[in-house]
Design a protein around this ligand. Structure first.
Ligand code: SF4
Length: 271
């Protein structure tokens, strides 16, 4: 247990994070504004690519499964040794689970991920002739593969029209007012209506890259954001940051006054 948690009384409320709470907009922007926002992002990220290193649909699929709750950089450090040892679905299907666990340990949730990638490799080897299937239904039937992973493989490996919603895409789409959706599927359904089908696979990267570089999770960098004039979250963020700073300053004043009073009381008692 972390030290701070251990010291806290069981019924104490959890400490507040040092960043402001930023609510999402309550309304979507108009279609014209949404398209203008997306056009600006397209201009900023004209040839977007996945940050994951891969050489084939199989290596991409495994890298995407490993990237859950893990950074792409960490996955890129992990996969070379994994694919050197097990370069094909058939090879990975016959791998000892403990060896795969050892190889993917640094990616977190390694037992579950090792189990899933070996099982997925086995399904590909046995049911699909050692080739990653190109149909969504078949992909989603593989162990460890959900809609998001299938969408990434379809759009990146097969250049198919698919729009994957991960945590960055979900957050940035909502902040931009493209959607009020509260699930990845609802966000996907709203955003794909705003982008022509041939650009669905790129829109995922526009939003993910913007989320990583500028529209960050705890505090977005609105003053340097290229869509700040159109984004309905910019004033919300500004108010939230000001309110948080004011309440932090107030807390510091109260703390300083309390300290002065305590010192004065201690002096009075000792004299
Ligand atoms: S203006 Fe702020 S909230 Fe809106 S997209 Fe840019 S960084 Fe995100």
């Amino acid at each position: 247990m972390p030290e701070t948690a251990a010291r806290r009384a069981p019924d104490a409320s959890p400490p507040k994070p040092p960043w402001p709470k930023i609510p999402y907009p309550r309304r979507t922007v108009t279609k014209a504004v949404a398209r203008a926002e997306l056009a600006l992002l397209e201009g900023a990220y004209p040839e977007p690519k996945t940050a994951l290193h891969y050489e084939s649909p199989f290596t991409l699929l495994i890298a995407v499964i490993l990237s859950a709750q893990c950074t792409d950089a960490r996955v890129n450090l992990t996969t070379p040794a994994l694919f050197a040892a097990y370069p094909s679905p058939a090879a990975l299907a016959g791998a000892p689970l403990e060896d795969v666990e050892r190889l993917v340990k640094s990616c977190g949730f390694f037992r579950m991920k090792a189990k899933n990638i070996v099982a997925a490799a086995r399904a590909i080897a046995e049911r699909h002739g050692d080739e990653v299937p190109q149909e969504r239904e078949a992909l989603e039937a593989l162990p460890g593969v959900g809609r998001k992973t299938a969408s990434v493989v379809l759009s990146v490996a097969f250049a198919a029209s698919a729009f994957a919603v991960d945590t960055h895409v979900f957050r940035v789409s909502r902040r931009l007012g493209l959607t009020l959706g509260t699930t990845p599927l609802a966000v996907e359904r709203d955003v794909v209506k705003l982008v022509p089908p041939e650009k669905h696979r790129h829109a995922h990267h526009w939003l993910i890259l913007h989320g990583r570089t500028t529209c960050k999770a705890p505090v977005p960098l609105c003053p340097s954001c290229l869509v700040r004039e159109l984004c309905p979250s910019a004033p919300i963020v500004s108010t939230a940051v000001r309110t948080k700073a004011a309440s932090a300053a107030k807390a510091r004043t109260v703390e300083a006054k309390t300290k002065v009073k305590k010192t004065a009381r201690a002096r009075a008692t000792s004299s």
